[in-house]
Design a protein around this ligand. Sequence first.
Ligand SMILES: [Zn+2]
Length: 229
Amino acid sequence: MITHVLDSMNEVITNNYDQDHQAIDIVPKDKSEPNIIALDGGTVETVINNVKSTNHKSRGLATYGNYVQIKQNNGKTALYAHMKHNTIKVKEGQTISKGDIIGTIGETGNAYGKHLHLEIKNQNNVKENPLIELNKKTQNTSKTNTQKSTKTNIKNNVKSTQTKQSDYLNAPNYHHGSIVDGLKSIGINSSYSYRKKLAENNGIINYKGSYNQNIKMLNLLKNGKLKKV
Ligand SMILES: [Zn+2]
């Protein structure tokens, strides 16, 4: 994860994106109660801040508990759910910047344990895997981002010459779970549009950046079998 969404910067994903859960759930690595920070700048569309407790019988929007919805400057919509009662720091209509504190992690609504349920809708109002946003390198180098992306750039420069001669991309030294980071580790464009081209070129049809599609692509990459575009 390159873009942080907790001010503790120790995010762990406990529930991935799939058709039944079109969002990701995130907790801090320790038992702390961090603040949730904005993935990107934008305008606050919705603030619900009056839900006092967990309710496993809630339905519809009430399942989110206290939540904030932000229309991001990139046209996408981000929804941050289950926040602690009365901790939300933003107001409807307010313009915010990337990294601004939204509220504190909690378990209001239909939540099991304190976590952030993060949903992203793309420009066409279709839910997409939030990892696309979380793994995106942005030009806006907020304090939380600068350090990590500098490190990545250095790594890229070192490794980018290794694979040039082949028709396949290969990242045998990458041992983690992110196709985006895997591509970055060998200095390859990891943007969504480029991954879509890679997917098409490797028989992964109708690429939407889903967890399963990304894992498929990652396995090809780790095995040196990801055909170049
Ligand atoms: Zn969730």
